[in-house]
Design a protein around this ligand. Structure first.
Ligand SMILES: CC(C)(COP(=O)(O)OP(=O)(O)OC[C@H]1O[C@@H](n2cnc3c(N)ncnc32)[C@H](O)[C@@H]1OP(=O)(O)O)[C@@H](O)C(=O)NCCC(=O)NCCS
Length: 207
């Protein structure tokens, strides 16, 4: 069970950098993002949406949209990466992850706005996700992608993931990375603190 303080989600915001050094804010999605999130998905290319959801959709169906907006529900989380564009906070990427506590794994999927692809945003998000997964006590991070999605496969390979066959779908490939970071060594300040407070909250073995 995670011990995130869900009533104060803002404390879990991080600032990442694109390859060109431009700042991006990564934060949990909020209900005020509903319209902007749908706009983000509608604006993705058909191919990017297909690769993200393994099927043809034009926007998030209502049920899925609600799931995306419910942070922490069944240990599932959505983050958005935003940038100021012409004075407006604009979503340029999203990532959804779920803690499977019984297997100590975190599963994820992500997308980057087509106009912002190739600038290191997904690479930075995956590094940030490793901090989040470690803070949740996960020992492995994994995702699935279509076998035809060469970009995601290259990204996963460059980010140190290993590949295995998907257990039930031959069209997919699974990539997996072991998380071996100790809480005190987590290289994202807010997640290091979250991990240390999670550790402190846990009853000691001798209690
Ligand atoms: C896959 C995806 C998330 C990568 O995002 P990104 O921000 O462009 O990735 P990065 O800029 O961090 O690139 C990382 C690596 O991916 C590969 N890559 C990125 N864009 C690529 C392209 N157009 N063609 C081939 N390889 C590419 C490269 O190996 C790159 O590393 P390099 O620049 O050092 O060579 C993005 O293409 C996307 O959103 N695709 C649609 C949704 C999707 O496929 N999601 C994955 C399934 S859940």
């Amino acid at each position: 069970m995670s011990t995130l303080r869900l009533e104060d989600l803002k404390q879990y915001s991080d600032v990442l950098r694109t390859r060109q050094g431009e700042p991006l804010t990564v934060r949990f999605v909020e209900s005020r993002d509903t319209e902007e999130l749908q706009h983000y998905f509608r604006s993705l290319s058909t191919r990017s949406r297909y690769n993200r959801f393994f099927g043809a959709i034009s926007e998030l169906p209502k049920g899925l949209l609600n799931d995306f907006l419910e942070i922490g529900e069944r240990e599932r989380f959505t983050v958005v990466a935003t940038k100021m564009v012409d004075g407006f906070e604009t979503i340029v990427a999203e990532m959804r992850y779920a803690l499977h506590a019984e297997t100590a794994t975190v599963e994820f999927g992500l997308s980057v706005d087509d106009r912002w692809q190739g600038q290191g945003i997904a690479t930075a998000l995956l590094k940030n996700l490793e901090c989040r997964a470690a803070a949740l006590g996960a020992e492995h991070l994994f995702g699935d992608t279509l076998r035809s999605n060469e970009t995601m496969i290259l990204l996963a390979r460059k980010s140190g993931f290993a590949f295995v066959n998907h257990p039930d779908d031959w069209k997919l490939v699974r990539f997996d990375k072991e998380i071996t970071i100790a809480p005190k060594d987590i290289p994202c300040a807010s997640w290091r603190l979250a991990a240390l407070s999670r550790q402190a909250d846990r009853p000691s073995a001798s209690a």
